[in-house]
Ligand binder design. Structure first.
Ligand SMILES: CC(C)(COP(=O)(O)OP(=O)(O)OC[C@H]1O[C@@H](n2cnc3c(N)ncnc32)[C@H](O)[C@@H]1OP(=O)(O)O)[C@@H](O)C(=O)NCCC(=O)NCCS
Length: 197
């Protein structure tokens, strides 16, 4: 389905609260340490375990919440197909940070669904949390994710050189962000594109 039709028919994917029932899927979708670092950063360790995910779930349960954890659901059959988080919620500065975005089954990737996950997370952050600034960090080597974020409206702000270590390699980390006026401009156009670009 082209993106303009997705808008008319409603999203193909929806956010649901992260829960214990999703632990085994995240473990199954994470085949090695490199992939874990790519999608989840360096706080989680390979092999991913239910105990680590339980701790993650508990961080999302603190009051007031500084992070929101989601599973991504395919509304057609209720299956969970991904994960995403909004962390570092800073109510004083009206900012938050997207984290741990994953479209689980590899065969679903590269069909525009990741863009929908990011758009739904951004909608939650801008509309429900009323943030002004929404940021994220992505490895420079992850060209598909960077393109996906750009398409939703995130802009590259800078690159942290050799920011993370994996084995004998260092990976550059790109910082990207979208501001509320940029989000609102996109939401006002039928295709969700930026009219000024
Ligand atoms: C990152 C992720 C969520 C993106 O979802 P997706 O459904 O695969 O991405 P989309 O199809 O929405 O967008 C991918 C874009 O990259 C483009 N692309 C594909 N291969 C590419 C490549 N080798 N180089 C550059 N761009 C590429 C696609 O053409 C598309 O852009 P377009 O819409 O302008 O044509 C998904 O790939 C994923 O879960 N990856 C593994 C986990 C991960 O890396 N998470 C990111 C953590 S920061």
């Amino acid at each position: 389905m082209p993106p303009e039709d997705a808008g008319k028919r409603g999203p193909r994917l929806m956010l649901v609260p992260f829960s214990r029932q999703q632990f085994d899927l995240l473990i199954e979708w994470t085949p090695n340490a490199e992939f874990l670092l790519q999608w989840a950063g360096s706080q989680l360790e390979y092999p991913l375990t239910r105990a680590q995910l339980q701790l993650l779930l508990e961080t999302g349960a603190r009051k007031p919440p500084s992070c929101y954890l989601f599973g991504v659901c395919d509304p057609r059959d209720g299956s969970i197909v991904g994960h995403g988080e909004i962390g570092q919620v800073d109510r004083r500065n009206h900012s938050a940070h997207l984290m741990r975005i994953l479209l689980g089954p590899p065969q679903l990737r590269g069909r525009g669904l990741g863009g929908e996950i990011v758009r739904e997370l951004a909608r939650f952050a801008f509309e429900r949390l009323a943030v002004h600034r929404l940021s994220l960090a992505v490895f420079e080597r992850n060209a598909v994710a960077i393109r996906c974020y750009e398409r939703v409206g995130f802009r590259l702000e800078g690159t942290l050189r050799d920011a993370r270590c994996h084995g004998s390699e260092y990976w550059n980390l790109c910082l990207m962000a979208m501001l509320r006026p940029e989000w609102e401009r996109r939401e006002a156009t039928p295709t969700g594109s930026d009219p000024e670009r």
